[in-house]
Design a protein around this ligand. Sequence first.
Ligand SMILES: [Zn+2]
Length: 297
Amino acid sequence: MPELPEVESVRRQLAPLLEGRRFERVEVSDPRLTRPEDPAAVARSLEGERVAELGRRGKYLIVRFESGRALLIHLRMTGSLRVARAGTPADDPYTRAVVRLDDGSAVAYRDIRRFGTWAVLERGEEDPYLAARLGSEPLGRTFTAVRLGARLAKRRAPVKSAILDQRTLAGVGNIYADEALWYARVHPLREAGSLDEAEVAALHRGIRRALARGIERQGSTLRDYRLPDGESGTMQHEFKVYGREDEPCDRCGTPIEKIRVGGRGTWYCPSCQEAPAGRARAPQAASSSSRRPSRSS
Ligand SMILES: [Zn+2]
């Protein structure tokens, strides 16, 4: 599922192709994309709009038009955008919408599982719409360790579930949550409100580091995610814990373990990320203490 680094990578590649261009013709062939709005009506209302800017907030891609209106695209599970410079998108049964631009190129929206959404907002509607759904932008200036601490304080949910909540901070999903917690050396099942100041600061750094790295590698392609030019991201080759069960931790060599947290597959290092009090340590974690330097006589 595309998370902040994937959506940001799409934005960076698409922005120079869309900004300044006019939506000449729009076809939406899947009613699920725009519901409850009528797909043909949404398509018609977008024709003639000129793109001022392609933005992003959390996992939303935001096409801002000169008119003040905005098209919010959420890729959800399997949505992606493909550019056809010659104006003819490849024949593809999963194409749900096509936008033809005034320079003869086209952008196709494809979605296998059809959870993605397109929502058109009128002038003035964008800020309240997003503010109701999203917390701070984790790579923005207003996202500080103090602010993160305030969002986690008094929460009894596992810290991983708390950082997946888009109202805590926007854009972190299952992959980058696990990576951030590994960087921070915080166990995913720790109660969110139990982190001390140093741990919150480490988590704040870990979140930023994991996301920044993901953007540098243009996201991670596990199954469906592609960049608008059809290329894959490469972050999947550099995961520290995500999907790496039984492989050695980069930091200490202990085999990575998998558990479930809030129903989500979760990977962590049982040595670097200490289990919360009261939770039995896994056998591998216990044996790692025997690798302490042996006493010299
Ligand atoms: Zn480790």
